[in-house]
Design a binder for this molecule. Structure first.
Ligand code: DX5
Ligand code: ZN
Length: 211
C-alpha cells in the first residue's frame, strides 16, 4: 500500500495546525516537512522549531526533507525536534554516506534524495546506507510544479539495481500519475498541492491506498 505524506509547503502558513489536522483526519500516513536553505535551492522555508511544534501536536511520523548544502550540521537538531526520518540530498558538497550513517545511528529513517538531473547510477554506492530513496519528480525548491514522467525510469532503474528499501516520489504527484508510480515501485507519495487543494482529501487518500 502506498503511504501518503502531504507536504506542508502547500498548507496555509498562518493556519498550519488547522490544515495539517485536516490531512491527519483524512487519514494521511506521514507529514512531509520541506527544509530549504536558500543555497541548495532558491527558496527558504522551515526550521527545527516547526518540526518540534508538529511533533508536540501530531502523532504522525515527520518526514523531514533537507534541501540544504550542509545537512550534517542539522541532523542532531532535527532528530531532537522529533523527526521520524531525515532525508538529505546526494548532490551536497559534503559526505552523503557519513550523513546517512549519522541519521541511522540516531535510530531514524535515513533518506537519500536525488534531483531530476542526478541519475540512479550516481547513487549506487550510497544505496546501502539509505533506508529510503526520494526521487525528485520536479526541480526541488517550490511546490505546484509539473510532474516529470521521465523520472519513472529512475524508480525502475533503482529497483533493477537491486535496491529494496523504500522509494518516495516528490513533486507534482497526483492521483493521475500514482498508478504509474506504483507500477514503478513507489512506496511513499509526497503530495503538496494535490492533497492540500483537494476538495475531499479523505476520498483521495482512500483511493490511493486502494491502488
Ligand atoms: C519541492 C518540495 C516538495 C513540494 C511538493 O521542492 O520538495 O515536497 O512541496 O509540492 P507539490 O506536490 O505541489 O509538487
Ligand atoms: Zn519535499
Amino acid at each position: 500500500m502506498i503511504k501518503i505524506a502531504p507536504s506542508i509547503l502547500a498548507a496555509d502558513p498562518l493556519n498550519m495546525e488547522r490544515d495539517v489536522r485536516r490531512m491527519a483526519q483524512a487519514g494521511c500516513d506521514m507529514i512531509h516537512v520541506d527544509v530549504m536553505d536558500a543555497h541548495f535551492v532558491p527558496n527558504l522555508s522551515y526550521g527545527p522549531a516547526l518540526v518540534e511544534a508538529l511533533h508536540s501536536r501530531f502523532d504522525l511520523p515527520l518526514d523531514v526533507h533537507l534541501m540544504m548544502d550542509n545537512p550534517e550540521q542539522y541532523i542532531d537538531v532535527f532528530a531532537k525536534a522529533g523527526a521520524w526520518g531525515i532525508t538529505i540530498h546526494a548532490e551536497i558538497p559534503g559526505n552523503a554516506a557519513e550523513a546517512l550513517r549519522h541519521i541511522r545511528a540516531l535510530g531514524l529513517s535515513a533518506g537519500l534524495s536525488v534531483k531530476p538531473g542526478t541519475p540512479a547510477e550516481a547513487i549506487r554506492d550510497l544505496l546501502p546506507y539509505a533506508g529510503m530513496v526520494l526521487v525528485m519528480t520536479v526541480e526541488p525548491g517550490f511546490g505546484g510544479q509539473k510532474f516529470q514522467p521521465a523520472m519513472l525510469d529512475k524508480l525502475r532503474a533503482l529497483r533493477q539495481m537491486g535496491y529494496t528499501g523504500l522509494l518516495e516520489a516528490d513533486g507534482g504527484v497526483s492521483l493521475g500519475n500514482l498508478p504509474d508510480l506504483k507500477a514503478a515501485g513507489l512506496d511513499v507519495a509526497v503530495m503538496g498541492t494535490a492533497m492540500y487543494r483537494s476538495a475531499d482529501p479523505a476520498a483521495d487518500i482512500r483511493a490511493i491506498h486502494q491502488l
